[in-house]
Design a binder for this molecule. Structure first.
Ligand code: HDD
Length: 686
């Protein structure tokens, strides 16, 4: 097969081979109709006379237009904006002791995966950098069938029972009377929901934290959220929670920066993912599990079936068991990213559910929504959704059925086909649900053990560093400040006083309502693992904007650029115009960006070189705007000798994260160190 057009020269896994069968390449081919007839003219409709009316018999026009008219499918009811990539999961050590899942048995075994990231609230055309929860949905194509770990980048959820999911989403989405605001929770109905459904307290603390404005998908954690079960080959069950830990650490945007990026580059996070994979900077996430013995079910002061609670890592350690690497972009976003259907109910033997009432509701909702979104019951046959193992059952027909099931037997049990397809015993790999003993009266009620809404909200607050606490206060002040109803604003601060009195009092002051009078939770514990202040900080793959003009010092600048490259830091040369810039020695650098096409918000750091340009006054002003903005966003700024005059004229003061070349022999290394730090929260920006 001609693979010259394909971007996948790499070793192919079973899923990749399967997808290859469905790829179609038009390059060099003749145009045909969908019926295979060669087309003679694709520009003019068939008319009666060159200026006459179009004819009904124009099958080519009708086919082309009809297909176009039906190109759209409904966007997802939530998580509509998403972006995905292919990759592989490699197991570090056998998990045989805990689970019989085939893909978790042998150290070193590889499983193809497809991972879709998403924003929850915004529609598919909204901006990437909205303050929102991010979806983190992984499909493992295992030899025992597809296993979907449909998670988020926050380890808990807003509600405890799936019954409330439509209410939560109705409140968060744009208000129905005026369809505003897009991709934002900063409006009355969302905060009205929060204040009147206080189980959301802990999740809202996370939503107001830096976690809800991740820098990119590569530097973001993922969580399975619910408590699941691992079942081993002896039938022993344990409780498990899943974590994805990014190798590059967890990093976020600054809110002001996120809002500017929303205009400068709506696709900021998907572009980062796409480009990183194209460049070979493959995003990596380690898979971790927290495991509890069956007997430990009631050991905690929270209910492990309550999805608004996490298991602090300091109490239940996260065991790292493997690594997922994203190494291939999709060929076609619609065919793959849009048509992929995740479902928490897609499990394999060895992984099972618990009675978490949020999880139980999800088990219904996903297939239900996909029946409409993907047009009928055959969406498992769409290439991206197909398991890599053989599929045999008696399900038949329905819209767009692809397989041609031969033979006359489509029922079980039968004798005409020797009672095949046959079922398998547990020992032979058949899925047998865990035989949990359950007892109780039918009731529409919530367990008392789900009642505490504020202890973990406070645990989260206690775990934050001072700048993270400040960001939470700022986020509340922004979001609640956009609520028109004074009553709702008051209800919100009256609710969050139970998390922290000082926090709620400052917010009350900022949003113009009375001081809250309630009492804060008495929890004093903290969980250092929850703070991004303790995350991994590496320079690799970060990006520096080089602000430069003619007449620079080639030795000085080239040495710095070499050092950046040595540490895997990327850079972009930003000039007055695209094209060559010349040093004072006549050495050329190529500017690939200008002050019109880019902006400091799109970089992790700036390197200010300056010097001369055709329109010197504008050049000076552009550089100053960028320095001031990067300074305000707490970013590292490296300053060449020739750049000092700009630094002096800017609002940036020499201090944390400002690295100057003058008199600094190891400037390059120091600058890289600052780049890895990413933000200098101790900088005085006012
Ligand atoms: Fe959900 C999509 C994650 C609760 C109902 N959800 C969806 C996606 C992710 C999550 C990552 C996007 C999948 C994709 O990329 O196609 N959802 C979660 C998590 C939850 C959660 C981590 C809580 C722990 N969701 C949840 C509840 C319900 C749903 C309680 C309903 C009872 N979610 C849906 C849905 C979606 C969906 C409506 C929209 C599109 C789809 O399923 O296929 O069924």
């Amino acid at each position: 097969m001609d693979k010259s057009w394909s971007n996948h020269g790499k070793d192919t896994d079973a899923k990749e081979q399967q997808l290859e069968e469905f790829r179609v390449n038009n390059v060099g081919k003749k145009m045909t109709t969908n019926q295979g007839v060669n087309v003679s003219n694709d520009e003019d409709s068939l008319k009666s006379g060159v200026r006459g009316p179009t004819l009904m018999e124009d099958f080519h026009f009708r086919e082309k237009m009809t297909h176009f008219d039906h190109e759209r499918i409904p966007e997802r009811v939530v998580h509509a904006r998403g972006y995905a990539a292919h990759g592989e999961f490699v197991l570090y050590e056998s998990m045989k002791e805990y689970t019989r899942a085939g893909f978790l048995q042998k150290a070193g075994s590889k499983t193809p995966v497809f991972l879709r990231f998403s924003n929850v609230v915004g529609s598919s055309g909204s901006m990437d950098t909205a303050r929102d929860v991010r979806g983190f949905a992984v499909k493992f194509y295992t030899e025992e069938g597809n296993y979907d770990l449909v998670g988020n980048n926050i380890p808990i959820f807003f509600i405890q029972d799936a019954m409330k999911f439509p209410d939560l989403i109705h409140a968060a989405k744009p208000e129905p009377n005026n369809e505003m605001p897009q991709a934002a929770t900063a409006h009355d109905t969302f905060w009205d929901f929060v204040a009147n459904n206080q189980e959301s307290a802990a999740m809202v603390m996370w939503l107001m934290s830096d976690r809800a404005i991740p820098k990119n998908y590569r530097m973001m954690e993922g969580f399975g959220v619910h408590t699941f079960r691992f079942i081993n080959d002896k039938g022993k069950s344990r409780f498990v929670k899943f974590h994805w830990k990014p190798v590059l650490g967890v990093h976020s945007l600054v809110w002001d920066e996120a809002q500017i990026i929303a205009g400068k580059d709506t696709d900021f996070q998907r572009r980062d993912l796409w480009e990183s994979i194209e460049m070979g900077n493959f995003p990596e996430y380690e898979l971790g599990v927290q495991i509890l013995e069956q007997e430990e079910e009631f050991k905690f002061d929270f209910d492990i079936l309550d999805a608004t609670k996490l298991w602090p890592e300091e109490i239940v350690p996260v065991k790292i068991i493997g690594k997922l690497t994203l190494n291939r972009n999709v060929d076609n976003v619609f065919a793959e990213t849009e048509q992929v259907a995740f479902h928490p109910g897609n499990v394999v033997p060895g992984i099972d559910f618990t009675n978490d009432p949020l999880l139980q509701g999800r088990l219904f909702s996903y297939i239900d929504t996909q029946l409409l979104r993907l047009g009928g019951p055959n969406f498992a046959e769409i290439p991206i959704n197909r398991p890599i193992c053989p599929i045999h059952n008696n399900q038949r027909n329905g819209f767009s059925r692809q397989t041609i099931n031969v033979g006359r037997v489509s029922y079980h049990k039968n004798s005409l086909a020797n009672n095949t397809p046959s079922t398998s015993t547990e020992a032979k790999g058949g899925f047998v649900h865990y035989e949990e003993k359950v007892e109780g009266r039918i009731t529409r009620a919530r367990s008392k053990s789900f009642d505490d809404h504020f202890s973990q909200a406070r645990l989260f607050w206690n775990s934050m560093s001072p700048p993270e606490k400040q960001h939470i206060i700022n986020a509340f002040s922004f979001e609640v400040g956009k609520v028109n109803s004074q009553s709702v604003r008051q209800q919100v601060v009256d609710m969050f006083v139970h998390v922290d009195k000082e926090m709620a009092t400052i917010i009350a002051h900022n949003v113009g309502v009375n001081k809250p009078t309630g009492e804060q939770s008495t929890v004093t514990a903290s969980s250092p693992a929850l703070s991004q202040a303790n995350t991994i900080k590496l320079p690799q793959t970060l990006k520096v904007g080089v602000l430069i003009g003619n007449g620079f010092d080639a030795t000085e600048v080239n040495n710095v650029l070499k050092t950046l490259t040595k540490y895997g830091v990327r850079y972009s040369i930003i000039g007055e115009r695209i094209g060559a810039i010349e040093s004072k020695e006549g050495v050329q650098l190529m500017a690939n960006e200008t002050y019109l096409t880019t902006d400091s918000v799109l970089f992790d750091a700036l390197y200010v070189v300056g010097v001369s340009a055709d329109n010197q006054a504008k050049f000076n002003q552009d550089i100053l705007i960028n320095i001031n903005q990067a300074f305000r966003h707490y970013k590292p700024i490296g300053v060449a000798r020739t750049g000092m005059q700009f630094l002096n004229e800017s609002n940036a003061k020499i201090g944390p994260g400002i690295v100057v070349q003058t008199g600094n022999a190891d400037f390059g290394e120091k600058f890289v160190e600052a780049i890895a730090t990413q933000r200098f929260w101790n900088r005085d920006i006012y």
